[in-house]
Design a binder for this molecule. Sequence first.
Ligand SMILES: [Zn+2]
Length: 168
Amino acid sequence: MDNVEPIVDPNDQVMDIIQDAFPFALTNINHEREDDVPTPIDSAEFEQYKTLLKNANQELYPGCENFSVLTAIVELMYGKIKYRMSNMCFNYFLGVFKRMLPTDNCLPKDHTYAQKVLNGLGLGYKKIHACKNNCMLFYKEHEMLDICPICNESRFKMTSQNRTTKIP
Ligand SMILES: [Zn+2]
C-alpha cells in the first residue's frame, strides 16, 4: 500500500500557520484562541499588513456570506496539500470554480496568485517549505529536517549549476 497518510493532519498545520502569522486576525476562524496576546510589529509593516489583510478578508464575491478571499484560499490550499494535488490540477479546478462564481468574484485565478496572497500575509511556502510531493510541510517539529519523513524526498533540489538550493 503506497498511499501513506501524512503524519500530521494538514488542516491543523494550516490553522497553526495562520495563528502564528496573524494571531490578532482570526476571530472568524478560531474563537478558542481569541485571548492570545497580539505580536507587536512596526507601524509601516503594520499598515501594509492591514491593507493586505483587508483585501484578503473581503467577501469572496459581493453578498457572499460563507467565504472571504482568505478562507477560500486556505481551504483550497488545505485540499491541495492533503490530496497532494499538482499545481496544474489545482489551477484547473480553480479556473472552473472561478467561472462558476459570480463574475465579480475575487477568487485567485491560479496557484501563483493564491500563493502571492498567502506570501503577503507571511503564510507562504517561501517561509514554510512543503515537500515537493506535497506530503507535508517543513514546519514545527519538521522544520529542521532535510528529507521528507513520508516519501524520503530531499527538501533541496540540485540546480543546473550543480549546487543545492532550497525549494521555494
Ligand atoms: Zn514527501
